[in-house]
Design a protein around this ligand. Structure first.
Ligand code: G3P
Length: 498
């Protein structure tokens, strides 16, 4: 009897790594998760140890096998999805990173980004890459590492160093240096990739003095990139056949295959992505044009609004302010808040992302009275996530002229009923929660399975969509607009305080 086969997704996120095994029907069969260290060497810097990330990935691969009882030889394909933009530079010969991974949230290269803006390069970058100039993207992080590690520029020019986002790093490690690749979705977040020509942009590389030789080969999101070395995959040589940045993987996992479909993932940050079809559409309002995914010779573009701090603001309440025992307690705490006073938290801990793109902004609180309680602050922090999503949805509707009929949501905080109800209330758009909140991992698994013929086409996987709860707005219009006007004022005041 032939053994059943499965697809493994490796989801390497900002705070933890996970491996999840899915079966033919897209069902979760087993998984494992591991957190790793966050380094904050200076105010607003965020770094990871790329080797610790690799170790955590090895450990969750083992954990998923143990939990599911499935053997490594039963894995028909591996899909990798990852925190995007985070930048690793390592030695080609030894595989040793020359510096910590500089995380997408980190502001340590802000002065490089500011200089590019002062020199008037905004249009140049926007037209080529679809992005706004910001320290969020990999380009300035690469420049920063090459500037701060002695001899790095020279070594990079000689071809001794390699750059990769986390997808590249993991494929390189799993194949033991056989493949140095990235995919369209991750490449489109570097600020070095020409999204029209689908190639690294030589003019940008020249401007930033980044040697092309250190960059990975860019591939589609669904094809075989290489095979695991047996000693990294418990004796099996499994094909690595799917790869996508986590937000794009979630778009795929939410089956937002048609233009106009929009998803929001509530993770560390919150990322609203709209499939815009086969032509890139440049935003007039500071949203990002990015690559959704490339599959079977076609490339699908997307518009994205990136919020830097969402779930991490709840972690801040829990770990920093010690107002919560568990993040999920925020739901009951918010429901306990009886105050109608409008307290606003603007969680600009690492600046503000779309549509403000303000690197210098820092967090603030408004509307406090002698009667303000812990619960009011927790509620205001949850609300700040929803207000930021409204900022993006309004901008997206304005940019595209499309009235978004429904927002598909997933990610950890999508479990928070208070947040979901407030979100639909403040948007006045229905919210469809995914039945399976693992959409990021599922998307990577689908991409991997499609490449190896595990699934035939997207029509087959559409059958697996599990719809979850639908939330509908109940808030009176007048209250909605009063609250949102207060939020806009709070953001303005935050920016004025810089
Ligand atoms: O762009 C950053 C994003 O990919 C991080 O996602 O899920 O780790 O917050 P997450």
């Amino acid at each position: 009897m032939t053994e059943s086969t499965y697809i493994m997704a490796i989801d390497q996120g900002t705070t933890s790594s996970r491996a999840i095994i899915f079966d033919k029907k897209g069902r979760h069969i087993g998984s494992s998760q591991k957190e790793f260290t966050q380094y904050f060497p200076r105010e607003s810097w965020v770094e990871h140890d790329a080797n610790e990330i690799w170790n955590s990935v090895q450990s969750v691969i083992a954990g998923a096998f143990i939990e599911s009882g499935i053997k490594p030889t039963q894995i028909a394909g591996i899909g990798i999805t990852n925190q995007r933009e985070t930048t690793v530079i390592w030695e080609k010969d030894t595989g040793r990173p020359i510096y910590h991974a500089v995380v997408w949230q980190s502001r340590q290269s802000a002065s490089i980004a500011n200089k590019l803006k002062e020199d008037g390069h905004q249009e140049f970058f926007h037209e080529k890459t679809g992005l706004v100039i910001d320290a969020y993207f990999s380009a300035t992080k690469i420049r920063w590492i090459l500037d701060h590690v002695e001899g790095a520029q020279e070594r990079a020019e000689k071809g001794e160093l390699m750059f990769g986002t986390i997808d590249s790093w993991l494929v390189w490690k799993l194949t033991d240096g056989q493949a140095h690749v990235t995919d369209y979705s991750n490449a489109s977040r570097t600020m070095l990739f020409n999204i029209h020509e689908l190639d690294w942009d030589q003019e940008i590389l020249d401007l930033l003095n980044i040697p092309r030789v250190m960059l990975p080969k860019v591939t589609s999101n669904s094809e075989v990139y290489g095979y695991t070395q047996g000693y990294h995959f418990y004796g099996s040589e499994a094909p690595i056949s799917g790869m996508a940045g986590d937000q794009q993987a979630a778009l795929f996992g939410q089956m937002a295959f048609e233009p106009g479909m929009v998803k929001n993932t509530y993770g560390t940050g919150s990322f609203i992505v709209m499939n815009t079809g086969e032509k890139p559409q440049l935003s007039k309002n500071n949203l990002l044009t990015t690559i959704g995914y490339g599959i079977n010779g076609k490339v699908y573009y997307a518009l994205e609004g990136s919020i830097f701090v969402a779930g991490s603001s709840i972690q801040w309440l829990r770990d920093g302010l010690q107002m919560l025992q568990k993040a999920s307690d925020s739901e009951d705490a918010a429901k306990r808040s009886t105050s109608d006073d409008e307290v606003y938290v603007v969680p600009a801990f690492v600046g503000l992302g779309a549509p403000y793109w303000d690197q210098a902004a820092r967090g603030s609180m408004f509307g406090l009275t002698r009667g303000t309680t812990k619960e009011d602050i927790i509620k205001a922090t949850l609300q700040s996530i929803a207000y930021q999503v409204r900022d993006i949805i309004d901008t997206m509707q304005d940019d595209t002229g499309i009235q978004i009929p429904v927002l598909k949501v997933d990610g950890g905080a999508a479990n928070n009923e208070y947040l979901m109800q407030f979100q639909t209330d403040i948007l006045n758009v229905p919210i469809q929660r995914a039945g399976n909140l693992e959409t990021t991992a599922l998307g990577a698994a689908f991409l991997a399975g499609l490449a190896v013929g595990y699934w035939k086409d997207t029509d087959e996987i559409r059958e697996f969509y599990e719809a979850g709860k639908i939330f509908e707005a109940e808030m009176p219009e007048e209250r909605r607009e009063k609250l949102y006007t207060g939020w806009k004022k709070a953001v303005k005041a935050t920016q004025a305080f810089e």
